[in-house]
Design a protein. Structure first.
Length: 422
């Protein structure tokens, strides 16, 4: 831990510069200076979800917790503005969303004094050493649900075995996302007594309901059988996907594309790429809607993925063509959309292995490969049915019951274990 704190000290100028660019409310929250608006009625639980994906995966757990104990205050911290905005958009009673505190002991001391959480629930990853140690010093449990530990992350942690052992010792109970994640956590020093059976929160996420009025309006222009969605794309992915679509559209002008970047702030840069390829497009953030002859809808907004999946017969899952580990294939499968993906799948390797074994997902590594698959939509329709069946078959891995039972025991709050609340 001493080495980790030296590294944090050396990085403090970077964090200071980042803080100067943030607004005052964010700065205060990151320093742990923001507390509840008033007196809390019951227990406070702290749930950390790094960004949109983790928050979306945790929504079922969040809703269950506040439904079972209406007096509960559930503080959800996120690193990203988009993650916090997503949580706030749910408008759940008892749920507060804030920027996560920096992993400095002074900031954590203020944060924990203000909120006094009974437990910390970490969704998927984000094992910050000082945060975990601060909860352990207060004899408060730390639970990790749907824990991910990719092979790359495991190699990084293994370079600092002392820090890894201290972090693993501070975890009270861990439900890995897959058996492979559990094996890697065990190799880093997590006791078998603290490692439970796999729980994949994303498998329990209900399909996002689209706005019915928006769906009806857009469905007249974006025919599902002709519409391709590039979902949650990262920088470096848009250009080859746009090129591949443009080449396919040159042969089949009925093709349409919805491009939904992971970070909507990249909308202007993506618009420039579309212009370069000569593709007409409408920008959702500007309130523009696609005309019958518009090639691409640039979906540079938040909170509308259910709408885009509903409109698309084929989906490329972003974060997989560049080395970001890939995003979840569960959501397109839920909507019956055929799944295309790149080669980088570390984040959901076991799930993609299952899909590939069932011939329910298709690897794409270039613009020309994308073109070929978009022009063979009949074959993709078959893979869509297989993907839906594969994901339905894995739902037994959701199993929130043991998580809620353990949380109820550790916090002394039996309401959390009761199916019908109170």
């Amino acid at each position: 831990m001493f080495l980790y704190r030296i590294v944090l000290t050396l990085l403090s100028p970077f964090f200071a510069l980042h803080m100067l660019r943030a607004d005052q409310n964010t700065r205060r929250a990151r320093l742990g200076l923001v507390g509840p608006d008033g007196a809390t009625r019951g227990q406070v639980l702290w749930l950390h979800a790094a960004s949109n994906g983790e928050a979306t995966a945790a929504r079922g757990l969040i809703e269950t917790l506040v439904a079972r104990d209406p007096a509960l205050t559930l503080l959800v911290t996120c690193n990203s503005t988009t993650g916090r905005a997503l949580v706030e958009s749910w408008k759940l009673t008892g749920v507060t969303a804030l920027p996560a505190p920096l992993d400095y002991r002074l900031a954590l001391r203020s944060f924990l004094a203000n909120w006094t959480p009974e437990a910390l629930i970490i969704v998927e990853n984000e094992l910050w050493p000082n945060r975990i140690a601060a909860m352990a010093r207060r004899n408060r449990p730390v639970l990790v649900v749907s824990a991910r530990m990719s092979s790359g992350s495991a190699r990084m942690w293994s370079r600092f075995p002392g820090v890894a052992r201290r972090v693993m010792a501070g975890l009270t109970m861990v439900w890995p996302q897959s058996s492979a994640d559990g094996d890697r956590l065990g190799a880093l020093g997590l006791s078998p007594l603290r490692l439970s059976d796999p729980v994949n929160l994303k498998l329990g996420t209900a399909a996002m309901k689209p706005d019915a009025q928006a769906l009806a309006k857009l469905a007249g222009v974006l025919k599902r059988e002709n519409t391709f969605l590039a979902a949650s794309t990262h920088d470096g992915e848009d250009a080859p996907l746009i090129r591949g679509f443009a080449r396919a559209r040159a042969e089949d002008p009925s093709l349409k594309m919805i491009l939904a970047p992971r970070h909507p702030r990249r909308g202007a840069a993506i618009s420039a790429l579309l212009n370069r390829e000569g593709l007409s497009h409408a920008m959702r953030s500007a309130g523009q809607g696609p005309a019958p002859d518009t090639a691409v809808l640039l979906a540079d907004t938040l909170g509308e993925m259910g709408l885009w999946y509903s409109l698309a017969g084929v989906t490329f899952v972003g974060g997989s063509l560049v080395d970001k580990g890939g995003h979840t294939p569960v959501e397109p499968a839920q909507f019956g959309s055929a799944i295309l993906h790149g080669p980088h799948l570390d984040n959901f390797a076991e799930l993609y292995d299952r899909l590939q074994a069932d011939r329910a997902a298709t690897l794409v590594q270039s613009a020309d490969e994308l073109k070929t698959h978009l022009l063979n939509r009949r074959a993709l329709a078959v893979t869509a049915l297989r993907a839906q069946a594969a994901v339905d078959g894995l739902r037994g891995q959701l199993a929130l019951h043991p998580v809620l039972q353990e949380l109820a025991r550790l916090t002394g709050n039996p309401a959390l274990a009761q199916e019908n609340g109170g």
